[in-house]
Design a binder for this molecule. Structure first.
Ligand code: SAH
Ligand code: SF4
Length: 367
């Protein structure tokens, strides 16, 4: 059987250089190839005219460019959120979201097909787990969004600043990545970290460490490994409840990684890296949005370097909850601020009409 073709998006620049050496080619050509891949965002070998013939022949014979074809694209009614259903080469599909707001462009990328963690309010969790994505499949999502920004007129206009009537319009390029799409990124640790290394490469997409946020359901060994390896990224931890019993009812993974172990890992992470952690809290009316809940999370996070991101529940077919109303969300925030000096934000609701909000991604062919 012939060896499987290398996906060029799977390789870091250094791995690509080593591959050129293996092919007995001058590694200096890695610069041009990398430029085609991540600056020009070439979608095929034909779009890379100035490669040395020997390198081109190797690439044609032994590699492929894992561009992900769009199976379906939808845009929110305000035009600021685009959702792409992308086809993988084994007929599986994933979703990637482009969001434009506050004058910046963010890609929300998936790390798995489905998810094994089963959070009760999450559409991805309701699908179950199919497989991990490869580094190249994660990188290709960012490239897809960067290419859309480059090619589609008007798309690179940044969205409005919240509360302002006039849209901010500087041409924007992809600057922010959130690993908050389908899947649990720390369940697919190695592929996700290789993808981040590729996305951060300064001669390529050059995404700054301050611009990459990884959200985890609370995979304790993964958080400790991130701390040990001093990975340069922002960490967000999905908390949703401040007691083990309440959390386990929403997040089954809490049975494996109980709240006290999770908080100990978060403390280690912040102490080792000096970084603040974002704690995500999906606000569900009557479930976890009372004043007592606000005080419980305040107590839980006391003494930690923390910010709370409140996400009013987005609707999914499999869960009957209702999002917290904005006055109750404001009261929650006020308690965190005034009684615990804890900063918080309420996530802007974006793309809900096309099911592109947090927890709504589930490979819908039609929406
Ligand atoms: N698996 C990771 C990242 C993907 S989910 C994690 O769970 O953190 C990204 C965020 O969306 C998480 O905080 C998750 O709890 C939240 N979320 C999931 N379903 C949601 C829903 N229906 N409404 C609002 N937020 C949701
Ligand atoms: Fe998986 Fe995150 Fe959804 Fe939970 S919220 S099921 S961890 S994608």
């Amino acid at each position: 059987m012939p060896a499987p073709r290398l996906n060029l998006y799977d390789l870091t620049r250094e791995q690509l250089r080593v591959q050129l050496v293996r092919w007995e080619l001058n590694p200096v050509h890695v610069a041009r190839l990398w430029n085609y891949l991540y600056i020009e965002l070439a979608a095929s070998l034909d779009a890379m005219p100035e490669l040395p013939p020997k390198l081109r022949a190797r690439l044609a014979a032994e590699t492929h460019l894992g561009v992900l074809p769009t199976a379906l694209e939808t845009a929110s009614s305000d035009g600021f959120t685009h959702k792409y259903l992308l086809a993988l080469n084994d007929a599986e599909k994933i979703e990637t979201v482009l969001m434009r707001f506050t004058g910046r462009v963010t890609a929300c990328v998936s790390s798995q097909v489905g998810c094994a963690m089963g959070c009760v309010f999450c559409a991805t969790g309701q699908m179950g787990y199919t497989r991990h994505l490869t580094p190249g499949e994660i990188v290709a999502q960012a490239v897809h969004v960067a290419r859309a920004l480059k090619n589609v007129a008007g798309l690179a206009e940044a969205g409005p600043k919240p509360g302002s009537a006039t849209p901010a319009t500087p041409r924007a390029r992809l600057r922010n990545i959130v690993l908050m799409g389908m899947g649990e990124p720390l369940h697919n640790y190695d592929a996700v970290m290789t993808a981040i290394d590729i996305l951060r490469d300064e001669t390529g997409l050059a995404l700054g460490a301050e611009r990459i946020t990884l959200s985890t359901v609370g995979v304790v060994p993964g958080i400790l490994r991130l701390a040990k390896e001093m990975r340069p990224l922002h960490l967000a931890v999905s908390l949703h409840a401040a007691t083990q019993a309440e959390r386990a009812a929403l997040v089954p993974a809490a049975k494996k990684w109980p709240l006290d172990e999770l908080m100990a890992a978060c403390r280690t992470y912040s102490e080792t890296t000096g970084r603040r952690i974002f704690y995500e809290w999906t606000l569900i009316e009557g479930k976890n949005d009372s004043e007592a809940h606000a005080r419980a999370v305040g107590e839980l996070l006391r003494g930690l370097s923390a910010q709370v991101n409140l996400i009013p529940l987005n609707p999914t077919n499999g869960y009957a909850g209702t999002p917290t109303r904005s006055d109750a969300a404001k009261r929650f925030q006020k308690i965190l601020a005034e009684e615990f000096d804890l900063p918080s934000t309420v996530r802007q609701r974006r793309g809900i009409d096309i099911a592109a909000g947090c927890g709504q991604l589930a490979v819908a062919e039609a929406s």
